[in-house]
Design a protein around this ligand. Structure first.
Ligand code: SF4
Ligand code: SF4
Length: 116
């Protein structure tokens, strides 16, 4: 069975351009939406994303909506804990495909890491 994990040298979910996420207001509170939009840089990437290391500069203080945690996913997307693994894999694959492409090294590395 595939098991979700976040892989290094990815960062696809830190590409926050709201054009690619038209339903943000369906799952974020107004305050979170405001916070989300305040993070979007001119290039569509989060202002806290380090493009060289592909890491979050505020990892330990990152917002709730950046966290793949059972309570967060239940609250934001109504995903039960037992559904989280498959849901998170689908989210990552979708995000990686959108940012890097469906033939990208990033997608290949993600699939290998999770066991697809
Ligand atoms: S898209 Fe998934 S694998 Fe890539 S950085 Fe985000 S959580 Fe990690
Ligand atoms: S705060 Fe960190 S984890 Fe969240 S989108 Fe920005 S760089 Fe990514």
């Amino acid at each position: 069975m595939a098991t979700w994990q976040c892989v290094k040298q990815c960062g696809a979910c830190c590409h926050l351009d709201p054009i690619d996420r038209p339903d943000l207001d369906h799952y974020l509170t107004p305050a979170e939406l405001e916070q989300y939009l305040s993070l979007v840089g001119k290039d569509g990437w989060c202002i806290h994303f380090n493009a060289e290391t592909r890491q979050c500069n505020i990892y330990f203080d990152r917002p709730r909506f950046c966290r793949v945690e059972t309570e967060v996913f239940k609250d934001l997307y109504d995903i039960e804990p037992e559904e989280l693994n498959d849901f998170a894999i689908d989210c990552c694959r979708q995000q990686i495909e959108g940012v890097y492409g469906d033939r990208s090294l990033e997608l290949l590395r993600f699939d290998r890491a999770v066991g697809i």
